[in-house]
Design a protein around this ligand. Structure first.
Ligand code: HEC
Length: 149
């Protein structure tokens, strides 16, 4: 009879799991517009088409420059050799780096200003960051190490 409590516990856990899943599923809107601020956006929830628009938007932040003004078309050809190529970079790496500029874990005069400006203007939330990551990750670019590999 020792198996019975375990079976009940399992049934309960499964039931709760399914309830939790169906709940978040129900709120998940295809265009992301109905996400609540409590809903968790992951690195892979982005929409590349929306990301492309954000990347070219000069009014996203307060600097008057868009992402592609510095990182080049598709993030593939930065205007300065020391600026990073974003095209073809890992999607989760892009997602987390942008969040880090926003949250202060990573600081750089140009980038922090760029991202914080956009967030403070109300133009960039987690969904937008995921959209940018989806867009740049999909682009073809010369990403490689410093030895050209
Ligand atoms: C004024 C020029 C400029 C603009 C505009 C700009 N960036 Fe950057 N970006 C940089 C520079 C310079 C770095 C390198 C910063 C560092 O070393 O941390 C960088 C770094 C990054 C990184 C980290 C890449 C890596 O390989 O670690 C990401 C991601 C990024 N930018 C995304 C964006 C996005 C998205 C936008 C638009 C919202 C944007 N950038 C706008 C200049 C710019």
């Amino acid at each position: 009879m020792t198996k019975r409590p375990i079976a009940i516990a399992l049934t309960l856990a499964l039931g709760l799991g399914i309830a939790a899943c169906s709940n978040s599923e129900g709120e998940h809107a295809a265009d992301g517009a109905h996400k609540t601020k409590f809903e968790h956006v992951t690195a892979y929830d982005g929409d590349a088409a929306r990301g492309e628009k954000l990347a070219a938007d000069k009014k996203l932040g307060t600097s008057g420059q868009s992402c592609v003004d510095c990182h080049g078309v598709g993030g593939a050809k930065p205007i300065d050799a020391t600026y990073p190529v974003l095209a073809g970079q890992y999607q989760d790496y892009l997602f987390h780096s942008i969040q880090q500029y926003r949250d202060g874990g990573r600081e750089h005069a140009l980038m922090t200003n760029q991202i914080k400006g956009a967030v403070e203007a109300g133009n960039l939330n987690d969904q937008g960051i995921a959209d940018l990551a989806a867009f740049f990750a999909k682009q073809q670019g010369p990403l490689g190490d410093l030895h050209g590999h």
